[in-house]
Design a protein around this ligand. Structure first.
Ligand code: 5CA
Length: 439
């Protein structure tokens, strides 16, 4: 993609309305634009990041055995009246009247609708277990939408729902999602720690929040350093095997948010040099809630002996749009965003220092072709601008690698390769730069 043609409205100045660094950087990097309070349009650069986050979530859901569906954003109020949540949800729910005066709503979550879908066609224990998820926009009329996409009113969520015959089956599904979340966030370059949680309006007995550490997080968190040091992806997971030991490891050491924190237990259980006390952002939340929805909505199946039983359910959410902000909170410096490779909008930013120099332009064209052949996405700065302004924009938008082509280097056959995360620069031959980037 040529920057001269790309819709990338970057800003030099810090927007006054943004209180936290991710919000400032997302606006300055031209990733999003506010449409109204807590509602955002995603511009090309931001949309690419959103899609990459979404794809990692999807791959890890599928790997754990879940199946993707797509439910609508607008729902009828009927099922919510049946489940009893139509009143419970209060002013957070956006209620809509259609032209026939039917009560509709913009879904804040989908337990009711998925339970109805399941109940309509699954009648036997043979249909179980099932895990169905979708990636869809939600609306919650938050009292204080703030921090940009981190606490929006409209936001993109992955929500998965599990259906099992009994408690033991439901625990297995819960464990699958627990482990799949560890992998999902690790693949995004994040350290996400599961912490015991309250289940709030979703309801239920067993619940964990997945929290990443960042100074601007909304909750205070307390945990054991071992969890931060642990390399999740070093372990390969077989979802058909017993996942109990993995979950046991992640639940045996101390990890709690301020809501559940107990200073005396923390001090007694965690050696002083392993005590971590930071702030955190909730990027995922999983719940087991038994028959809370299957009872009122009639999601029952025949058991082996012909009796009928309501299915045991859980729901599992990931804040996909929130993650775009959360990743920036966890990975930035004074100059801008530092995208982890796995979610970067482009792999390489190619900077042509002198666009009116035929050699530079030719070298850039060749580099783009070779990088593309290697499956790399390249953003090519072919604008007529000062080198300083180009470097500042590249640092701001935070692509993992910057490849700089200038007339002086080319004379001696070299280009400059910079790693955004470390600031390390190297003068390399074109071939070495390409092989470094291919790795
Ligand atoms: N039905 C369940 C799980 S599928 C549910 O709705 N859970 S939740 O309320 O905890 O939301 C799941 C995730 O969505 C949260 O962990 C958070 O990452 C994200 N999220 C929740 N509210 C917002 C919001 N206002 N703005 C952005 N992301 C949000």
């Amino acid at each position: 993609m040529r920057m001269s043609r790309y819709f990338l409205p970057t800003m030099k100045d810090t927007p006054a309305e943004a209180q936290i660094v991710s919000h400032r950087l997302m606006l300055r990097a031209g990733m999003v634009r506010q449409a109204s309070a807590g509602i955002y349009s995603w511009l090309p650069l931001g949309f690419r990041v959103l899609k990459r986050i979404e794809q990692i979530v999807r791959e890890e859901q599928d790997r754990a055995g879940a199946q993707e569906v797509l439910m609508p954003t607008i729902q009828s109020a009927d099922l919510w009246i049946q489940s009893g949540r139509y009143d419970d949800y209060g002013p957070e729910m956006l209620r809509i009247q259609d032209r026939h005066d039917r009560a509709m709503l913009y879904g804040p979550t989908n337990e009711e609708l998925i339970t109805e879908i399941f109940a309509a066609s699954c009648r036997s224990y043979r249909d179980l277990p099932k895990m169905l998820y979708h990636i869809q926009w939600k609306f919650r009329d938050e009292v204080r939408p703030r921090f940009g996409v981190m606490r929006g009113r409209e936001f993109l969520m992955k929500d998965n729902y599990s259906f099992d015959l009994d408690y033991d089956g439901a625990v297995r599904s819960y464990q699958k999602m627990f482990v799949s979340y560890l992998r999902t966030f690790a693949r995004m370059g994040l350290k996400a720690i599961p912490m015991e949680a309250e289940s709030g309006p979703i309801g239920g007995k067993l619940s964990h929040e997945f929290i990443i550490l960042a100074d601007t997080g909304e909750s205070e968190v307390f945990c054991h350093q071992d969890y931060i040091d642990f390399d999740v992806l070093a372990q390969d997971v077989d979802y058909e095997s017993d996942l109990g030991p993995i979950v046991a490891f992640w639940t045996q050491r101390y990890a709690r948010t301020d809501e559940k924190h107990d200073a005396a237990t923390f001090a007694a259980e965690v050696p002083e040099d392993k005590q971590v006390h930071r702030r955190g952002i909730e990027v995922g939340h999983i719940f087991y809630f038994g028959t809370k929805y299957s009872d009122p909505l009639g999601a029952v199946v025949a058991t082996h002996d012909g009796a009928e039983t309501a299915v045991h359910m859980g729901s599992y959410g990931v804040g996909i749009s929130r993650l775009a902000g959360a990743i920036i909170e966890a990975s930035h410096d004074d100059a801008g965003i530092i995208w982890p490779d796995a979610v970067a909008p482009f792999d390489v930013g190619l900077v042509n220092i002198k666009v009116d120099d035929a050699d530079c332009t030719q070298a850039c064209d060749g580099l783009i072709e070779s990088l593309r052949a290697n499956g790399k996405d390249v953003l090519y700065d072919d604008r007529e601008d000062r080198p300083g302004a180009k470097f500042a924009d590249m640092d701001l938008i935070g692509l993992p690698w910057q490849l700089v082509v200038g007339p002086r280097g080319l004379k001696s056959g070299t280009v400059e390769l910079k790693r955004r995360a470390t600031g390390e620069r190297e003068e390399l031959s074109v071939e070495s730069a390409l092989s470094r980037l291919a790795g």
